[in-house]
Design a protein around this ligand. Structure first.
Ligand code: PRT
Ligand code: ZN
Length: 293
C-alpha cells in the first residue's frame, strides 16, 4: 500500500498544533466516525489519532511511518527498548515545549542533584531520568508513576520527583521546588526511515519539503521600509537573517529608497528600534504564509 501514515496525539496538549501543522502542508483528511483513522484526501497521507505514549512504539513496529510526539516520550521509549537509533528525529517543532526537572519538597534537606545519590525519585520517565542522572554520576532508584507524580513525596513514596514542568504552577501547588533541569523537550516529527519503497520515499521528501516551507515561513517576516541611500548597507546588516534586499526608487526623493527583504529569523521591537536609529522610516513587518525554494 503506497500511502504514508502519520500518528498524532488524539486529544491533549499536542493535538491541535500537530493537526494544524499537517493542514498547513496542504493535507486534507476525511474524518472517520470512530475518529481514530482519517483518510488523506488529496495526498496519500493518512492520519492515526492515538495516545501520545503509543506513537514511538507504533513507529518502531512499522504501524506508521511518521509521528509527532514530545522528545521526552520518544527518548524514554527508545531508551527502555534499547532501540536508541530506532527513530529518526526529522524536525524539531516549535510547540509542546517543557522541561524534565528534578523537584524536591520545600522542606527537603537536599541542596543539589548530587545529594540525590541513593534516594528514591518518582517519575513517569524512569529510563530517561536514570540515564540523565547516570551521566551526572548520580545513582538513584526511580519509582514509576504513570500520573500525579507530584503527590509521591507527600505520600512518602519518594524523596524527589523528576517530572515535566512548564509554568511551575503544579510544583508550587504541591509544595515542591525545582532543583535542576535534566532535559529540555519540545514536540518533534519522528520517522522510521528504513525499508521505504521509492514511491514512499518520494512522498516523504515532498511532504518534508512542504513542512520546511511552513516552518521557515513561520519564523520569517517580510520587511518593507524607507532608508537613506547611504545607510542601505548598515540597515541590511541590522535586518535579522536577511540577504539581498530589493531596492526601489522613491518618486520625488532621490536620497531615499524603498527596501524590501525577507528576514529568516524573528524580528523583535529591538530590531525595529535599531533600524529607526539608523535612519529607516515607514517600517512595516508582514507575516509570510508559505515559502518554497
Ligand atoms: O492522553 P495522552 O496520553 O495522549 O496525553 P497525556 O495526558 O499523556 O499528555 P499531555 O497532553 O498532557 O502532554 C503531551 C505532551 O505535551 C507531553 O508528552 C510533553 O511533551 C508536552 N508538555 C508540555 C507537557 C507539559 N508541557 C506539561 N506541563 N506535558 C505535561 N505537562 C504536565 C506535567 O506533567 C505536570 O503535571 O503539566 C504539569 C506541569 O505543568 P505546569 O505548567 O504546572 O508546570
Ligand atoms: Zn500520554
Amino acid at each position: 500500500m503506497n500511502r504514508i501514515r502519520v500518528a498524532i496525539q488524539k486529544s491533549g496538549r499536542l493535538s491541535d498544533r500537530s493537526l494544524e501543522l499537517l493542514q498547513s502542508c496542504g493535507l486534507r483528511f476525511a474524518r472517520s466516525k470512530d475518529k481514530l483513522y482519517w483518510y488523506g484526501k488529496d495526498f496519500p497521507v493518512d492520519l492515526l489519532l492515538v495516545r501520545d505514549d503509543d506513537i514511538p512504539r507504533m513507529l518502531l513496529d512499522g504501524v506508521c511511518e511518521l509521528g509527532i510526539v514530545g522528545e521526552n516520550i520518544a527518548e524514554e521509549v527508545m531508551l527502555e527498548s534499547d532501540e536508541v537509533d530506532g527513530l529518526t528525529q526529522l524536525r524539531k517543532l516549535s510547540f509542546g515545549g517543557c522541561r524534565l526537572s528534578l523537584a524536591i519538597p520545600e522542606d527537603s534537606t537536599v541542596k543539589s542533584a548530587a545529594d540525590l545519590d541513593g534516594c528514591r525519585i518518582a517519575t513517569s520517565y524512569p529510563a530517561l531520568t536514570n540515564s540523565l542522572l547516570a551521566k551526572r554520576g548520580i545513582n538513584a532508584t526511580t519509582v514509576k508513576f504513570s500520573g500525579s507524580v507530584e503527590i509521591a513525596p507527600g505520600l512518602g513514596a519518594a524523596d524527589a520527583i523528576s517530572d515535566l514542568v512548564s509554568t511551575g504552577t503544579t510544583l508550587r501547588a504541591n509544595h515542591l521546588v525545582e532543583l535542576e533541569t535534566l532535559f529540555e523537550s519540545t514536540a518533534a516529527l519522528y520517522g522510521k526511515l528504513d525499508k521505504l519503497t521509492d514511491e514512499k520515499q518520494a512522498m516523504f521528501d515532498r511532504l518534508l519539503s512542504r513542512l520546511d516551507g511552513v516552518l521557515l515561513a513561520a519564523e520569517s517576516k517580510y520587511v518593507m521600509l524607507h532608508a537613506p541611500r547611504n545607510a542601505v548597507e548598515e540597515i541590511t546588516r541590522l535586518l535579522p537573517g536577511a540577504e539581498n534586499p530589493t531596492l526601489m526608487n522613491l518618486e520625488g526623493d532621490p536620497d531615499r529608497v524603498a527596501l524590501h527583504a525577507v528576514c529568516r529569523e524573528a524580528v523583535f521591537w529591538e530590531h525595529l528600534e535599531a533600524l529607526k536609529a539608523a535612519g529607516a522610516s515607514a517600517i512595516l513587518v508582514l507575516p509570510v504564509e508559505k515559502m518554497l525554494g
